[in-house]
Design a protein around this ligand. Structure first.
Ligand code: CO
Length: 134
């Protein structure tokens, strides 16, 4: 069901510092910051030849990554995003197999303007999984 690795996301306490580190130390191409209030994060994307890395900084009071950063103050790997062709079909198959979809189960528009869903980390080897329809 899953296709390509779309991105790996890293939660960071300071997006500007993380951007400098990736851009200036690693020589990466880093996008402009994008505020996503409906997801409670500001993101930048690092464009690699074969995939992307997403850096996430909390935005607003109730950011879903705030608790993660409390546990991991230096930042850390937050989720991994796989591409799917049909997100509703993927969701229905996952629910039928007993996996848990976070939130209300309805796809939301992600950072690329495409529908995304998140799957419970306890069902996937301790890793938060994002599915993105491409
Ligand atoms: Co993501």
């Amino acid at each position: 069901m899953i296709g390509r690795l779309n991105h790996v996301a890293i939660a960071v306490p300071d997006l500007a510092a993380a951007t400098r580190q990736y851009r200036d130390t690693l020589g990466a191409r880093v996008s402009q910051p994008q505020a996503l209030p409906e997801h409670g994060v500001t993101v930048v994307f690092i464009e690699l030849e074969n995939t992307k890395v997403e850096l996430l900084e909390p935005l607003g009071e109730k950011s879903p990554i705030a608790a993660f950063l409390e546990k991991n103050p230096a930042g850390g790997m937050h989720h991994i995003c796989y591409e799917v062709n049909d997100i509703v079909e993927a969701r229905d198959n996952l629910l039928a197999s007993g996996a848990r979809v976070l939130g209300d189960g309805e796809p939301k528009n992600g950072a690329h303007g495409k529908p995304v869903l998140f799957l419970h980390p306890k069902d996937f080897c301790g890793t938060l999984v994002e599915l993105e329809q491409v």
